[in-house]
Structures are given as C-alpha cells and as structure tokens.
Design a binder for this molecule. Structure first.
Ligand code: 3HC
Length: 697
C-alpha cells in the first residue's frame, strides 16, 4: 500500500486519504496510490460509499509541476480520474484549502463534491502556459455552462466555495474546519439515501444549451487584447469548445492534443520557471526559518508624495497602522487626499467597499514632526533622491526611534551603507525599494547594507509577504539589481536613437518581446524631467555628461505624460503614446548638431543591444554577489518592470537564446561600439567556456 494514499473504513464509508505534503500534488506516488486505494474500496463489501479527502493544509493542488518535462510514469492522471468516475460505488470528494488544476479535475471525476466554506477551487493551468489536461475542459463546462467555464479556465482565477456551489461545481458547502467529519457526514447521506453514481461526463443539458453559442468567438476576441502574445489561453478556448462540439471521449482526445501543444510551447518553460522562482526568492542565502523576525505592527513613512502614499496604502490594506510625516501641512493634506481618492476609486469599481475605504483611511494618520515615530516598529523614508537630505533624515530617525526599530530607505539607487553611516545603528538600516505605483506593483527590492543584521533582512522579507509583495533581497550598489540593469538598457536605447533608430522603433521591439511598454514610453510615464535633473546635477558637479535630445524636450516643457507631451504626445485623458513628427524633427536636428549621419538600424540590432547589455550587466551583478541567483534577477524584472513572465525573466531568456550566442555578440559590440557596458562579464565567459547556463549556478 502506498504511504501517501491510504484506505480505511469508517462505518459504511471507505475513506481514501491523500497525505503528500506540502500540497498533495499528484506526483506518481499519489496517482498510483489513488488507484490502489480505489481498488481496495471497490472490493470492500462493507463500504457503501467512498470518500476522497486530504490531510494537511489543502485538497490536491494539482499535477506535480516538478514532474513536467520528465518521462510520464503510468498511471496517467486521466486514467486515474476515469477509474474514479467509472466506480460503481458513489465517491464523494471533500475539499478544503484549494482544489486546483488536476486536483479539481480529480474532484470532478468523483460523483459528489462537498467543500468547507473557506475552500477555493480553480483551474489555474493557464498561468503555467497550459490548459487543464485531465478532463477539466470537458467536465467543468458540463456543470457550469460555457461562459463560466471559459472565464475560469482562460483566467485561471479561483472561485470561492460558495460561488462554486452557485455554479454547480460543488454540491454542498459547510462551515467549520474538520473536513474529514464534513466529508464523512456527506458520504453517509449519499449511502443512506442510496444516491446514484452521478458521472459528470454524462451530463448533457448545459452542453445542449450552449452548443453553437457566440461566446467562444467573444472570448477569442477578448483574449486578443488581454492575452497578447500568449499561447495557451487561446488553446483553452479551443479545448472548451470541443466539449460542445464533440462527444465526451473525442473531446478528451482533443483536450490531450491541445494540452501537448501547450506543453511543447516555450511559454510553458518560462511560466513554470517564474512560478518556482517566485517561491524560491523567499529562501535567502544565510537566513533560515530559525532566523528571528521582529514584529512590525506599526509603520512610519517620511514623505506624502506619490511613493510615500502608495507605500502607506500597502500597510493599511493589511490592517497595519501608518503615520506619514511631511514638512508642510499642505503637502500632508494633499498626500492624504490622494490616498483617499485612490481608495474611493477602487470602491467605485467595486474592488473594495465604502466601509473598507473608511477603515483603511482610519489606519493612516499624518504628522509634521518626527516625534510621531517614537514607538513605530519600521520607518520607511520616501523623499526624493538626494544623499544629503537622506542622511539628515536618518540622523534624526536615529535620535527619535526606539531601539530595535527598523530604519528603511525607499531609495532606488543610492548607497545604503552611506545612508546607514548617518546613524549609530547601521545593523537596523536597510533598503526597501518599492516600485511605482507602490500600491500596485508586486516587487519589493529589499537591499542589504554591509552591516544590516540577519534579523532585519529576515524581517523585511517577512514584511514583503505580509503586504502581499514578492520580496527579493539584493546587495548594495548603484541602482541595485533592477535600476542598474535598466540604466544600461536606457543608455543603449538612447544611443540607438542617436545613431538612427526612432524611439517608436526601439519601443516596438521591446513590446514585441512582451514588455508592456518600451523604454521611451516608460520614460514618459515616469516623467523625463527626472533624468534631466540627475544629468544637470552631475553637470553642475563638473562631470562630463553627454548632451541629449531629451534635455531639449524638457526645456520645451515636454515632460512626459503629465504634460501630455514628452517623447510621444498624448490625447487628453489618454495614456496611449502617439509618435510626434516634431520630436522626429528635433532628433534629426540634434544628430546634425552632433555631426551624426543616421543609418538604418535593424530590429534585430535593437533587440540585441537592449537585451544583451542587460544580460551582460546581470552577469556582473551575479559575479559581484549583488544577486545570489539568476532567478532573483528574473523575479525583479518580472514583478518590477513587467518583463513577460512567459519568457521566464531576462536571465532565463538568455539561457534559452544561448550564452555562447550572447557572448559572441557582446564581444562584437565591444569591438565595434566600445564602452564598459560591452566588456564581457567574466562570469559570462566562464559559463560559456564550461558549457553551463545561468540556471545552473
Ligand atoms: N506541484 C509541485 N509543487 C507544488 C505545486 C504543484 N502543483 N503547488 C505548490 N507546490 C509547492 C511550491 O513550490 C512550494 O514548494 P516549496 O515549499 O519547496 O517552495 C510549496 O508547494 C508550497 O507552495 P506555496 O508556497 O505556493 O504555498 P501557498 O500556501 O502560498 O499556496 C497553492 C498553495 C495555492 C497550492 C499554490 O502553491 C499554487 O497555486 N500552486 C499551483 C497550483 C497549480 O497551478 N495547479 C495546477 C498544476 S498543472 C495541472 O494540474 C495539470 C493538469 O491539468 C493535468
């Protein structure tokens, strides 16, 4: 008998229990255990009905993703589910936690489903570049009809137990926490009432009702916008449609063919890498589960600007009180007003209730004095990028804050050690770099200074989780991981335009790769005056900073989206960048002034220069230990800059392109274009010479 799936009888009920931590995924041992336990149940003459239930935190959370790409060991999941569905004895699936993917498909193969009210169900395969491949696309629509099945399968979103009941996915929902007791009671009822074996495959009414419906084409059209560049969402629609056009067994065959197409698509590899990378980043080198974590029950924020306000919302959203300190009452009132407006906006869209707006606002208070920080557990400074001001602030915090309070800076580039040197407690100082808009973007780039204590590192990683961000711990250098690579890409994009490309050509290459926006559209969003101010500061400090056509735009008050004109122009109320012939003219004049004869630049050159310069820098970042693993860089880019998750992050992408190809191109650019940025990273050379990849590190 399998150790992970057991069979025993309780009264008239044969109980099949899965116990395969952490999430009861359907690995080979579980699949074969399920078959063996079912056979026992079938042969147990005293079992009038069977119950499938799981130990631990959840019902089966899906196929075992770690087995993908390896040779399949029999029995396959489809065959396991068929055997359950074909059972002569009624089988009840009792669901707690989450029944996901192959887990929900297994439950759909059972004849009845009962769930705890706290449970959720879903078919999230699409998020891994797949489609439900064990009957989910054929059975779910037989219960819910086409529209809801398409919604669930193409979005991968979970539905609550109560919604699942209303949709017919489960047959009963019970409050409480003892899933086994709930399952046994339901199975007993099935046995007592002599309820029949009810096979979802045989249900026909929903299929008949939605046959020939326009909903499939509507979904395809919607996905053209929502799922641009993706592969599997469209295959999901094809598979669900097969449930309406074909008999069950043929529909299953079609589902399998489409599932295999998704398995073979490059998106699957990228999305599965992203799934594991997102979980892996929380396991930080040098920290363990035993590293102490400080309580963070109150937070102070310095600066009520866009960043400060956004950061405050993250904490209020999870019930942690926040005090924002500003220099002037007017700025404070303005900042608090914007936070309220953001919440009201969410309420008007039905995302939160008006009561939640008030509850969250009640957690956010303002003050004009640092005394308000006396008792807080964490302070996050979010003022503009100026070292002198930041040091002054940290000096004051050191005087005011209680011992053990964590002092964090939201700096996006500056030296954390220098900031920490303004205090007598550098071990409590850390970077917490949020991404704009801070209440939306999922990345929190936590930056360790050379003296930051392990306890503080572990705490800021725990804080990320608490506020529902993906935290990545990185080392201290100018721009850390994300902006250091971005700055290299930005400089290369500028150089490409100087040499003859148009901003829109550069941006198109990047959006074609899957970025939500290109380099220049992003500059317009952030405001191109930001870079201008930095360049001016450097010029004033005597540095030799090359002139830029962007400086001219700023001097014309074309600051980006906020002035409806920057590199692009914008229509009132729209964020859609429109290429502007005036800017093309300005760039042409700039080239003339600089004595540059423009040349045709191919899209391939743009792709290589914008991406390989980042990869080369990423390799240097790894070499220096600023990032511990290439997956840390991947997660920073996916969650901080919208790098397409289906490409797995820039370093994973580089591994697919081939590091030898990248290295030889980098060397070529070094020879032809020159510049430190093209000096091949020693790590890149080493990996190529050893025939290894970033993912092997
Ligand atoms: N296979 C293998 N490992 C899995 C897994 C799976 N399906 N789901 C989760 N895990 C692992 C995680 O990697 C993690 O491992 P770690 O502790 O070593 O890092 C551990 O289980 C716990 O996962 P989380 O940290 O994500 O725990 P949470 O409690 O936050 O979330 C969850 C639990 C909601 C189940 C979440 O893990 C999840 O969404 N999992 C993926 C579910 C999924 O996509 N299922 C479909 C799989 S594809 C499929 O079924 C194909 C079929 O149609 C043929």
């Amino acid at each position: 008998m399998s150790e992970v799936v057991t069979y025993n009888r309780e009264g008239a009920i044969g109980v099949i229990t899965v116990n395969y931590p952490p999430v009861n995924a359907l690995g080979h041992a579980v699949r074969s255990g399920l078959v063996a336990a079912l056979e026992q149940g079938q042969h147990d003459a005293d079992a009038k009905a069977l119950l499938l239930v799981c130990e631990g935190r959840t019902f089966i959370a899906g196929a075992d993703i770690r087995e993908f790409g390896k040779p399949m060991q029999e029995p396959g999941l489809t065959s396991v589910i068929d055997q359950y569905e074909n059972s002569d004895k009624p089988i009840v699936a009792a669901i707690h936690g989450t029944a996901l993917g192959g887990g929900l498909e297994t439950a759909l193969g059972c004849h009845y489903r009962v769930a705890l009210s706290s449970a959720k169900v879903g078919l999230p395969e699409v998020k891994l570049g797949l489609l439900p491949g064990a009957g989910g696309t054929q059975r779910l629509p037989r219960l819910t009809g086409a529209r809801k099945a398409l919604e669930m399968i193409t979005s991968g979103e979970f539905v609550s137990a109560r919604d699942a009941l209303a949709l017919g996915i489960v047959d009963a929902v019970e409050d409480g926490s003892d899933i086994k007791a709930v399952g046994l009671a339901y199975a007993q009822k099935v046995a007592d009432e002599g309820k029949p074996v009810r096979r979802v495959r045989d249900l026909t009414d929903k299929v008949e009702a939605d046959k020939g419906s326009e909903v499939f084409d509507q979904f395809r059209a919607g996905l053209e916008k929502k799922a641009r560049g993706l592969f599997s969402p469209f295959k999901c629609v094809d598979a669900v449609q097969a449930a309406f056009n074909l008999p069950f067994d043929e529909g299953m065959k079609r589902e399998r063919e489409l599932f295999m197409e998704c398995m073979d698509s490059p998106h699957r590899g990228g999305l599965i890498h992203s799934f594991f990378a997102e979980r892996e980043v929380s396991k930080v080198k040098g920290l363990s589960k035993d590293t102490p974590v400080r309580d963070v029950n109150s937070v102070g924020i310095i600066g009520a600007g866009t960043m400060g306000g956004g950061i405050a919302m993250n904490f209020a959203n999870v019930g942690i009180p926040v005090t924002i300190v500003e220099v002037k009452q007017e700025a404070l009132d303005k900042g608090l007003g914007i936070i309220r407006k953001n919440y009201e906006n969410s309420a008007s869209k039905g995302r939160i209730t008006q009561q939640q707006v008030e509850e969250r606002m009640a957690l956010i208070s303002g003050s004009l004095t640092y005394d308000a920080f006396r008792d807080v557990d964490l302070v996050i400074e979010a003022v503009f990028e100026n070292m002198a001001i930041k040091k002054e602030i940290f000096g004051k915090l050191d005087e005011v804050c209680k011992p053990g309070a964590i002092l964090a800076s939201n700096t996006s580039t500056l030296d954390i050690d220098e900031i920490a040197s303004a205090t007598k407690r550098p071990e409590d100082v850390v970077g917490m770099h949020f991404f704009s808009p801070a209440n939306v973007m999922k990345l929190l780039e936590n930056v360790r200074g050379s003296k930051t204590s392990d306890e503080v590192k572990a705490t800021v990683m725990a804080v990320a989780k608490k506020i529902k961000k993906v935290g990545v711990l990185v080392g201290n250098c100018h721009g850390f991981v994300g902006n250091r690579m971005l700055h290299k890409r930005g400089a290369e994009a500028m150089a490409l335009v100087n040499e003859g490309a148009s901003p829109q050509q550069v941006d198109k290459v990047l959006t074609d790769l899957g970025y939500p926006m290109g380099q220049f559209a992003m500059s317009d969003l952030a405001g191109i005056d930001v870079g201008y101010r930095i360049r001016e500061e450097r010029r004033n400090a005597g540095e030799d900073v090359a002139p830029s056509w962007m400086d001219k735009l700023v001097e014309m008050n074309r600051l980006g989206q906020k002035t409806q004109a920057g590199v692009y122009k914008y229509e009132e109320g729209s964020r859609k960048p429109i290429p502007d012939p005036d800017v093309d003219q300005l760039i042409a004049e700039f080239r003339k002034e600089q004595g540059i004869t423009p040349r045709e630049i191919s899209d391939q050159e743009i792709l290589e220069r914008c991406m390989y310069v980042m990869i080369n820098e990423g390799a240097k970042i790894l070499e220096e230990g600023i990032a511990d693993r290439s997956l840390d860089i991947d997660v920073v880019w996916i969650y901080g800059y919208g790098f397409p998750a289906y490409r797995g992050g820039p370093m994973f992408w580089a591994d697919q392109v081939g590091l030898d190809t990248i290295l030889s191109t980098v060397k070529n650019f070094h020879d032809t274009l020159g510049g430190q940025q093209w000096k091949p990273a020693a790590l890149l050379e080493k990996l190529v010479s050893e025939g290894r990849k970033f993912g092997d590190l």
